[in-house]
Write a protein that binds this ligand. Sequence first.
Ligand code: NCD
Ligand code: ZN
Length: 434
Amino acid sequence: MNVLIKGALLYGEGEPVDVLVADGEIRQIGTDLGVVDAEVIDARGQILLPGFVDLHTHLREPGREDTETIETGSAAAALGGYTAVFAMANTNPVADSVVVTDHVWRRGREVGLVDVYPVGAVTVGLEGKQLAEMGTMAAGVGAVRMFSDDGHCVYDPLIMRRALEYANSLGVLIAQHAEEPRLTKGAVAHEGPTAARLGLAGWPRAAEESIVARDALLARDAGARVHICHASTAGTVELVKWAKSQGIAITAEVTPHHLLLDDSRLETYDAVNKVNPPLREASDAAALRQALAEGIIDCVATDHAPHAEQDKCCEFAAARPGMLGLETALSIIVRTMVEPGLLDWRGVARVMSERPAAIVGLDEHGRPLEVGEPANLTLVDPEASWTVRGKDLASISNNTPFEAMTFPARVTATLLRGRVTARDGKALGNRAEA
Ligand code: NCD
Ligand code: ZN
């Protein structure tokens, strides 16, 4: 069915226009488009953006379907305005073989709410010892284009060097969870005054920064690209800035929670605030916001990490790290970046859609809002205000750190190749066509 979006502001700019979507594409942009036989979306006062792309999502299938599935995570993604997500490899079994990566891709297609791109593991079992068969995964139907041991760091410099060289020859990207494990043994919180006072074992900034610096140099020597997952410190910003100034092909993402929250949240010992890397200090969050505005940090990635209640509601040290993120990401970006004037809506399109799509070389996502382009679109009500309730989110798990907080802006509709996948708070069913 055709869709007619009436009266939207493209990138929040200029005069309202009508956008006709047909056959999965933007067919016409104009004023007063009248079309019979189209689903009409009244978009007055709303902003049309290219569909969001998340380079860092944990969907927990296979293995922990009690906490999230490809179906429920896809619904959360569509509701959050996403048209493409990258599903991390730390499943059970690990996505270190083409059997698993192809399954994830196929299941994503069957559900049909968002394009689910499987991330392949860099090393067998995420153990950091032996390279996984990246070439086979890249050649599968899931066509893996990004590899990561996320949850674990590829800590051995020789393995990382080989991974970068191999990835380079395959034309794929390595995304590094930067954490020198010998500096974070037993760590549960950012190493600083708060953790010291609360008696929590500290995760020093240097554990992240030393790997970022090392990998920048390895990428330089291999002539390869490297992507830094969930940058969390002011020092990482400085290192990425330096590496880019040297012409090193490094990119980096930041999560909404690292832009908004800091380690003062730990005072309650509520493990909903436990995450890897940990919430840092307010000065780190400020540096990350500035770096995202300036393009030193390329994009936002949610690190959506669902966890069961029994894995979160327990003593701090025993709890699993991770937070939900897909449905709250846009609102947090508006709160931290748009409201203070660090980004305009075109900037939001850049950090949530265009840059992430470019980093992994997607040609259907992150495209301009122009006639003939694929209709992967997100419609946002900038005037909306809503209060987060974990139990109302589409994820099976409820571990949002934003519980009961009120935020601006809400996704009102998402379109994937011209099909409405979410509208007015409802994810729209199984419309498989693969
Ligand atoms: C992630 C998870 O739960 O899989 N947890 C987290 O705290 N971020 C793994 C990861 O992204 O490191
Ligand atoms: Zn990680």
